[in-house]
Design a protein around this ligand. Structure first.
Ligand code: HEM
Length: 462
């Protein structure tokens, strides 16, 4: 979606409140933009429509793509990977990755130059997910041209080219394009890296003689030799040690699909979230100051934010939530339309539009979060919308940056912890200043980006 199309899509959502019809290449979809119309779709467990198939060559049938019994079983299996105790173990690593990012920002701060945030912040969140979920150290933040990172970004570019070209949606036609060959080459590096991370961990677990997740959750009572650097059970341990009701482990291909799914879902989304948070801090200095006061009070002279301090930042949390409303990192998600879906009465559409089986429904989260009937003065940035008093009585489906219902984001607690930790650490070290005259042009590129980048100035605090 180009920056010019974003206001046009918002206009459509205003003109046809709650739902409108849009064309996706050869097929149409019902675009829902209001909590009343989004709720029934999010509450269903319908699978994902054809547009998601375009990146199945990378993510396979992992949690994001799978449906029915397979999805249900897998979701149950993976939920313990986000257990409070496990997330607690990730806090140290998130702080360490943030240290690298902060040190990188000290040079432009010294020079007084503007930073275009997406590249550096994406490397930070990739570092966090690689180290937290897979205990895989790449030094990606400081080593340019890491082959895995290069292949990943090339894949994204090629994928977006395909999204923009509906005539290439057919796999049969696409296989003859140059982009298909390049995609295959990028995927071979991406899948190759994931496979070697998995193989290495298998060997480590075999050496440590750990065969259950419980043994890993109590490492101090056991032989604590999983690796020399890893001291907490991570997502990969859980994947490798999970057993179904018959005691069988996950098949190798399924493990690979989940590793790729979590790498993707776990870094591009948080990067978008953080970029817009830093932009809003710079743009609204009075709120920046309020958040900094709170952070200084909690950190009280130390630099690292502990896991149990995440709950002690009420204003910063409201600020983060307002950023997720104003700049939702995932602006649009899709489902197959539930057969029971009733398009409600609206002034512009009859109540009984026939819904074809397997039709597509796009939930336009960006428009939902800017709907004036749900959010008075939606373009005004106001963290106080999220005080407990102001939130009371609000439809829970009016604010869904992490989706909602049975297929909501499994990583949302992890993501909120990361957003708050990095935000607090940035506030502690730097003052963020808006670049004069700069206006980002929001762009939907799977996540919310900006065509002209997102630029701010870092100033080291005295
Ligand atoms: C600010 C950060 C994040 C945002 C805004 C976000 C948002 C979302 C949204 C909107 C969905 C629904 C997608 C759909 O229905 O097509 C989703 C699903 C998902 N997210 Fe996140 N996410 C974030 C971070 C993460 C992280 C850190 C992880 C993993 C560590 C993660 C893993 C997943 C997975 C696996 C799913 C699919 C869940 C399922 O279908 O059962 N996400 N996320």
């Amino acid at each position: 979606m180009t920056p010019k199309q974003v206001p046009a899509m918002l206009d459509l959502a205003r003109k046809f409140p709650k739902v409108h019809i849009a064309w996706w290449g050869p097929t149409w979809s019902a675009v829902v933009t209001h909590s009343d119309t989004i709720k029934p779709v999010l509450r269903s467990t319908e699978g994902k429509p054809f547009t998601y198939d375009l990146f199945r060559n990378w993510l396979g049938d992992g949690l994001l793509h799978s449906s029915g019994k397979k999805w249900h079983k897998r979701r149950r299996l993976l939920t313990p990977a986000f257990h409070y105790e496990i997330l607690k173990g990730y806090q140290k690593v998130t702080n360490q990755c943030t240290d690298v990012f902060l040190d990188k920002m000290s040079q432009p701060a010294k020079d007084g130059t503007t930073v275009d945030l997406f590249a550096d912040v994406s490397l930070l969140t990739l570092d966090v997910i690689l180290r937290c979920a897979f205990s895989h150290e790449t030094a990606c933040q400081t080593t340019p041209n890491n082959p895995y990172i290069t292949a990943l970004y090339r894949y994204f570019d090629l994928f977006m080219d395909r999204v923009k070209a509906p005539w290439l949606y057919s796999d049969w036609i696409w296989q003859f394009s140059g982009n298909a060959r390049e995609t295959k080459a990028a995927l071979s590096v991406i899948h190759g890296t994931a496979k070697s991370v998995i193989a290495k961990r298998r060997a480590e677990l075999a050496d440590a003689k750990s065969s259950t997740i419980e043994e890993l959750l109590a490492p101090s009572e056991k032989d604590d030799t999983i690796t020399t650097t890893k001291r907490y059970p991570d997502f990969l341990d859980i994947l490798l040690l999970s057993r179904d009701e018959t005691g069988a482990p996950l098949p190798e291909q399924d493990i690979l699909d989940e590793v790729n799914t979590f790498l993707f879902e776990g870094h591009d989304t948080t990067a978008s979230g953080l970029v817009w948070i830093m932009y809003a801090l710079a743009k609204y200095p009075e709120f920046q100051e309020l958040a900094r006061k709170e952070v200084d009070g909690v950190l009280d002279g130390k630099t690292e934010l502990e896991h149990d301090e995440l709950g002690k930042l009420p204003f910063t949390t409201m600020f983060v939530k307002e950023c997720l409303r104003m700049y939702p990192p995932v602006p649009l998600i899709s489902r197959r339309l539930p057969a029971t879906f009733q398009i409600p009465n609206t002034p512009t559409l009859p109540s009984s539009i026939p819904v074809p089986e397997g039709g597509q429904c796009d939930m336009f989260i960006y428009a939902l979060h800017h709907d004036p009937t749900l959010w008075p003065n939606p373009s005004e940035f106001d963290p106080y919308r999220f005080t407990p008093e102001n939130s009371a009585g609000r439809d829970p489906y009016a604010f869904v940056p992490f989706s909602a219902g049975p297929r909501n984001c499994i990583g949302q607690n992890f993501a909120m912890g990361e957003l708050k930790t990095v935000t607090a650490r940035v506030l502690k070290r730097f003052e963020l200043v808006e670049e004069k005259g700069f206006e980002p042009k929001p762009l939907f590129r799977f996540v919310l980006r900006s065509e002209n980048g997102v630029r701010i100035v870092f100033k080291e605090r005295k």
